[in-house]
Write a protein that binds this ligand. Structure first.
Ligand SMILES: [Ca+2]
Length: 155
């Protein structure tokens, strides 16, 4: 676990209580309790096969969690690239497969926005090369962006 302070990252697993002597094999980040922050699920080899780490930090930071829908027929958005801009700063996420050893996080793009309260602009490059831009999107919510459709659909 790394924590960002200014322009540097610091290893903080011990300070946050996220270290133990178990033999962790994979980790997935997902918002399990639907409160807008990412929680962790860890898979261990022997003892405690699964551990869930609920994110209980209280923060005023903003976020956007985007689930791109490539086709209504269920085609996977793997390969989609999302460029989100908020307050002049741009972050990039790509929808991937197999993002951890023997595990897979949900196919979404989670953006931590810090103090930027939006609105945000999201440019999506779909796996087939098509590009779309969604402007004036709200923050602090999960949403679907469906290829070929205007505006977000609340999740
Ligand atoms: Ca959560």
């Amino acid at each position: 676990m790394f924590t960002r302070q200014a322009d540097r990252f610091f290893e903080t697993a011990h300070a946050l209580g996220l270290n133990d002597d178990l033999d962790g094999r994979s980790v997935v980040a997902a918002d399990l309790d639907n409160d807008g922050d990412l929680d962790l699920v860890m898979r261990n080899l022997k003892e405690k096969p699964f551990q869930i780490w609920e994110n209980t930090f209280t923060t005023n930071a903003h976020y956007v969690d985007i689930y791109p829908v490539y086709s209504k027929g269920g085609r996977s958005p793997i390969g989609a690239r999302l460029d989100l801009t908020c307050g002049g700063a741009t972050q990039v996420r790509q929808i991937t497969a197999g993002n951890s050893f023997l595990s897979q996080s949900p196919q979404h793009a989670y953006f931590g926005l810090g103090g930027c309260a939006g609105p945000v602009e999201v440019a999506i490059a779909w796996p087939d090369g098509a590009k779309e831009i969604h402007r004036d999107l709200p923050v602090d919510m999960k949403m679907r962006l469906i290829k070929g459709e205007k505006g977000p659909v609340p999740f």
